[in-house]
Design a binder for this molecule. Structure first.
Ligand code: FOL
Length: 219
């Protein structure tokens, strides 16, 4: 069996707000969005063994998140996009052109099965869950969900959608409903995992402060 790992990527306020009216609660966090794009695109340094197929990372999202992405940015470039909807009742197409279309599946489990049967992705790529709340909640139930790349937004934006796990500021440990302790990792661990030098400490953009963090589940 392939040990597929899921990394959740999210930007959230201190009370874990992630969305409002079907979109992000804030506007103009351009460098934050650029971080999201870079980190989800960047391939792990190990290369895939079977030759010429260019490896890509995968991003798994729910249908509402897909709808929230500006059409000109869909599918998210340079990544295999997998979209979950209960209305996707056909088995996913075996061959899709990732540059122009998304893989459609009916559940997170089907998304994982699809990736496990796609040898190039399963063996050499990172798999990100990019929301929204319903899909994060499903992912957090799974042991495969090992890590959260959290951008902690310090301003209190009004939100109607929340990340279903409280990752606390003060204590370095968080308790979820669905098992496991979550611990905040160091800047060095974040740099190593992402393969880049992530800006450390409080960032500010468009009068909004935020911080790049990495959390991992400990057994
Ligand atoms: N995680 C983080 N850290 N920040 C986010 O904004 C974020 N957003 C989502 C999931 N995880 C996140 C879901 N929402 C795009 C738009 C909305 C969205 C995710 C992605 C999007 O258009 N992305 C383009 C970047 C376009 C640009 O450069 O402005 C991409 O190529 O990734």
């Amino acid at each position: 069996m392939l040990p597929l790992e899921l990394t959740l990527v999210v930007a959230a306020t201190r009370n874990m707000g992630i969305g409002r009216n079907g979109t992000l609660p804030w506007t103009g966090l351009k460098k934050e969005m650029a971080y999201f794009a870079r980190v989800t695109k960047r391939l792990p340094s190990v290369l895939n063994r079977d030759g010429n197929t260019p490896a890509m990372n995968a991003v798994i999202m729910g249908r509402k998140t897909w709808d929230s992405i500006p059409p000109k940015f869909r599918p998210l470039k340079g990544r295999l996009n997998i979209v979950i909807s209960r209305s996707h009742t056909e088995p996913p197409a075996k061959q899709i052109n990732a540059e122009t279309e998304a893989v459609k599946v009916g559940s997170l489990e089907q998304a994982i099965q699809y990736l496990e049967s796609s040898s190039t992705i399963a063996q050499s790529s990172k798999v990100f869950v990019i929301g929204g709340a319903q899909i994060y909640a499903s992912a957090l139930q799974l042991k495969e969900a090992r890590r959260v790349l959290l951008t902690r937004v310090m301003s209190d934006f009004e939100c109607d959608t929340f990340f279903p796990l409280q990752l606390s500021e003060d204590s370095s440990e968080a308790k979820g409903d669905n098992a496991g302790r979550w611990v905040r990792k160091s800047k060095e661990d974040l740099d190593q995992w992402t393969g880049e030098t992530v800006p450390e400490g409080i960032q500010e953009e468009n009068q909004t402060q935020y911080e790049f963090q990495m959390w991992e589940r400990v057994e």
